[in-house]
Design a protein around this ligand. Structure first.
Ligand SMILES: Cc1cc2nc3c(=O)[nH]c(=O)nc-3n(C[C@H](O)[C@H](O)[C@H](O)COP(=O)(O)OP(=O)(O)OC[C@H]3O[C@@H](n4cnc5c(N)ncnc54)[C@H](O)[C@@H]3O)c2cc1C
Length: 405
């Protein structure tokens, strides 16, 4: 019988599998899709901002070196401002003596690298299929796939995304709240170079981020707006879209010269009241979904994976005989962090959506004050870099020297 069966072979699932296999457990991964994404000819529309802590986790499993360095954009500075009043706050990794605040990567590059990480561990079995039913006993859990195939393990990890079929089969609830917003994403070319600074401005309908791609004049944009505005934005021709985008961004990078195709994602916040049930444990978006304004969803999932593997390693094979205490320790270590991130992203999004005059004053005063208070800025930066909180060993700053970077 397997020790661990991971359901969901996205970035979080594959990382969880590598970490658990490296801790000596027998592991298999199941996904409904078989494909390894092709490298896009141009820039992938889906990009992630990853923290230095996530980089350390990916380095520890040997995945970071598999990424093409030419397709990673490290950024050491970030500027955040409010469009209405112009108050601005700037962050600089140099203030913490760190080389980068984060890294912008394309989803397809990252998925290909984690799949190569799995292939480098031939003992990890891979299955393709859709989960159909779940049976749990005192000793094990058995998943039956739509094909009729049965997979038995001592513990199941749901890494199958926000709608997690495994979470539902385990009878676990999830609190879901839709935001009155969608995120429109695109890659655009700008008149002025981005200088590897991540920029975000808060507009009346939500935040607009310009994230640097490795090409000095190309950015990945994430623009949150009402569903009606998103629909209208997707329907615009390129010239109308680039003009509107340039205006919304106050032409901080000159005119927007060209754009890729555009996509829109409905936004929601989500949190499971409990992270485990019997022999099933939730990791990544299966447990929580946060607003993308802080670019932290995947980063949270990678930290979940590292904490679960660390706890499993400490408990050893005996910990799987009755996994409830192991799962409780994992949840205790992660829940506070996740709730803090949910509250911060939710609070920021709501504060900037209020149109009352007091809210405008509070926003400008808050940004101006934070800009002047060096210790508060450093604290915010350390948080955004994933360097604070009850971190697993593999994600800690001092662990960097122990990993192949
Ligand atoms: C616009 C936008 C921008 C974002 N930007 C950032 C960012 O900059 N930084 C960041 O950290 N996060 C960001 N996020 C969040 C990030 O995309 C998610 O947190 C992350 O993708 C979650 O990864 P996951 O592996 O948990 O889930 P997923 O990526 O959803 O993977 C789930 C896997 O489960 C598989 N699966 C699904 N159903 C089944 C089934 N029935 N049986 C078997 N397998 C199944 C799927 O095929 C998939 O491979 C952003 C989100 C949005 C919407």
């Amino acid at each position: 019988m397997l020790d661990w069966l991971i359901v969901g072979n996205g970035v979080v699932g594959a990382t969880t599998a590598c970490l658990l296999a490296d801790a000596g457990f027998s592991v298999a991964v199941l996904d409904s899709l078989e494909r390894v994404p092709a490298m896009p000819e141009d820039w992938d529309l889906r990009t992630y901002s990853l923290t230095p802590a996530s980089r350390r986790i990916l380095s520890a499993i040997g995945v970071w070196p598999l990424l093409d360095a030419q397709r990673i954009a490290p950024y050491a500075r970030m500027a955040v401002w409010e469009a209405a009043h112009g108050a601005q706050i700037d962050f600089d990794a140099g203030r913490l003596a760190q080389p980068a605040l984060g890294y912008i990567l394309e989803q397809s590059c990252l998925l290909r690298a984690v799949q190569a990480g799995l292939s480098a561990r031939p003992r990890i079995a891979r299955y393709t299929g859709t989960v159909a039913s779940l049976e749990q006993t005192a000793e094990s859990a058995t998943l039956t796939l739509a094909s009729g195939q049965r997979l038995q393990a001592r513990a199941l990890v749901a890494c199958d995304g926000p709608d997690s079929p495994l979470r539902q089969l385990a009878g676990m609830g999830c609190e879901v709240q839709a935001y009155p917003q969608q995120a429109v994403i695109a890659n655009v070319e700008t008149g002025a170079p981005h200088d590897f600074i991540a920029r975000q401005c808060f507009l009346a309908e939500g935040p607009l981020a310009f994230l640097p791609l490795p090409d000095p004049r190309r950015c990945s944009i994430v623009w949150s707006m009402s569903p009606a505005a998103a629909e209208a934005t997707l329907a615009q021709d390129d010239a109308a879209f680039t003009a509107a985008l340039g205006r919304a961004f106050d032409h901080r990078l000159g005119p927007v010269l060209s754009t890729s195709a555009r996509l829109a994602f409905p936004l929601r916040r989500q949190h499971a009241p409990t992270y485990s049930e019997g022999r099933v444990v939730l990791v990544g978006d299966a447990a929580h979904v946060v607003h993308p304004l802080a670019g932290q969803g995947l980063n949270l999932g990678l930290l979940d994976a590292a904490v679960l593997a660390e706890r499993a390693n400490a408990a050893g094979p005996a910990g799987l005989e009755s996994p409830a205490p192991l799962f409780r320790r994992y949840e205790r270590q992660r829940r506070g962090e996740v709730l803090a991130m949910l509250a911060a992203t939710d609070g920021l999004n709501r504060l900037f959506l209020y149109h009352a005059p007091w809210a405008g004053w509070l926003r400008s005063a808050g940004l101006a004050l934070t800009q002047r208070l060096a210790p508060m800025k450093q604290l915010l930066m350390a948080h955004a870099m994933g360097d604070l909180g009850d971190l697993p060993q593999v994600a800690r700053l001092q662990a960097a020297s122990n990993v192949h970077s």
